[in-house]
Design a binder for this molecule. Structure first.
Ligand SMILES: *Cc1c(COP(=O)(O)O)cnc(C)c1O
Length: 367
């Protein structure tokens, strides 16, 4: 069975290097924060071409910290796309602010700039754009609207490490960029991890204080803080992985472009990738009329597929009290009903990619 994603192949290939990095952390007992976490922060800031990166314990915390650094809290609203992983909205909710969901476009499947203005009220403070599936959202259009209403733009980069928008890396476009290093993300820790990137020192200092129990000087707590620090072992592992990220991204692009060119079955619709962007193909999503039927068909051919995400954020039970109805974000709902994720990971062979393409092209609904 070809797995949707097989992390074991990377581990086997670089096992000695990963274990040596972990051993160094153990020898120095630099387990929470510390030298290895700090070194990774520097390397990741350099990778993203921003002055600051502050490592945290996961991507959800990164989003929470970004909201807090902007002073967002109870009484505020933040615009969030309906088509994203739910954690994009959690960071808003944790502060006491309310996420306001906006539909995606029918072709890029990213936040629809034409639907943002109608959702802005006197309470709106920020827009979180998500570079979903590794595809940068329409940043300039979103930024234009944000500037008109004096709002912040925050990037959720959890699926888009190294993606580019008009030649600029994600994570340095908005006020703050939020990354996840969850296993399976384009850059991943051996456990949980995340990072907040920014250009302003005041944001970096705020994030660093919040993640570190609200202190700048140890045992003197200026604000209510959180324990969101990056672990030393994760920092050390991420420093190893970061070296390989450019070559992993090249492989993802090669396979992603092949799918786009060679899958020609009219029963399968793929995401549009505007010319001013360089996507990094985190998840390769397709739309097909009957996802369960398609997944069962692929499994019979030895190919594992799954679904991201079967319920859009505005219709999740957790947000039932916000009062959204089916039909409020029709494009996101259509995608949720029809999406399937194809296997795509850097260690996949050309033959395996060919097998996926062949199976997709041979797919008939009534089989
Ligand atoms: C993974 C992910 C997150 C959350 O990251 P965690 O590290 O799992 O907390 C947030 N937003 C998006 C779009 C994601 O894909």
């Amino acid at each position: 069975m070809l797995k949707r994603i097989d992390l074991g192949r990377d581990y086997k290939k670089h096992e000695q290097e990963y274990l040596a990095a972990i051993r160094r952390v153990c020898e120095q007992t630099a387990f929470s924060g510390g030298e290895f976490a700090d070194r990774f922060d520097e390397e990741f800031a350099e990778f993203c071409q921003v002055p600051y990166a502050s490592g945290v314990n996961n991507g959800t915390s990164a989003l929470h910290c970004a909201m807090m650094a902007l002073g967002i809290g109870a009484g505020d609203e933040v615009i969030v796309p309906a088509n994203t992983y739910i954690a994009t909205a959690w960071g808003v909710t944790y502060t006491g602010a309310v996420p306001v969901f906006v539909d995606c476009t029918p072709d890029t499947w990213e936040i629809d700039p034409d639907r943002i203005e109608e959702k802005i009220t006197g309470r709106t403070k920020a827009i979180i754009g998500v570079h979903l599936y590794g595809q940068p959202f329409a940043f300039n259009r979103v930024k234009e609207i944000a500037d008109k209403y004096n709002l912040y733009v925050v990037e959720d980069c959890a699926q888009a490490h190294g993606a580019k928008y008009e030649g600029r890396l994600v994570g340095g476009l908005g006020e703050l960029g939020c990354f996840s290093f969850y296993p399976g993300k384009n850059l991943y820790a051996f456990g949980e991890g995340g990072s907040v990137t920014c250009r302003k020192k005041e944001y970096f200092d705020a994030v660093t204080t919040f993640k570190n129990q609200g202190n700048k000087v140890r045992y003197y707590h200026d604000v209510v803080g959180y324990n969101y620090r990056l672990e030393g072992i994760q920092g050390a592992v991420l420093s190893v992985s970061l070296k390989y990220l450019p070559q992993w991204t090249e492989r993802r692009k090669t396979i992603g472009r092949r799918y786009l060119e060679e899958i020609t079955n009219p029963r399968i619709t793929m995401q549009a990738h505007p010319e001013n962007t360089e996507p990094v193909f985190h998840l390769f999503e397709i739309k097909t009329p009957d996802p369960d039927h398609f997944i069962a068909y692929m499994a019979k051919r030895g190919i594992e597929c799954n679904r991201h995400y079967p319920v859009p954020c505005h219709l999740q039970k957790a947000y039932a009290d916000l009062g959204y109805q089916e039909g409020d974000c029709p494009n996101a709902e259509d995608l949720a009903r029809h999406c399937v994720t194809l296997p795509l990971f850097p260690e996949m062979t050309d033959e395996e990619a060919g097998m996926v393409i062949e199976a997709c092209n041979a797919y008939q609904e009534m089989e």
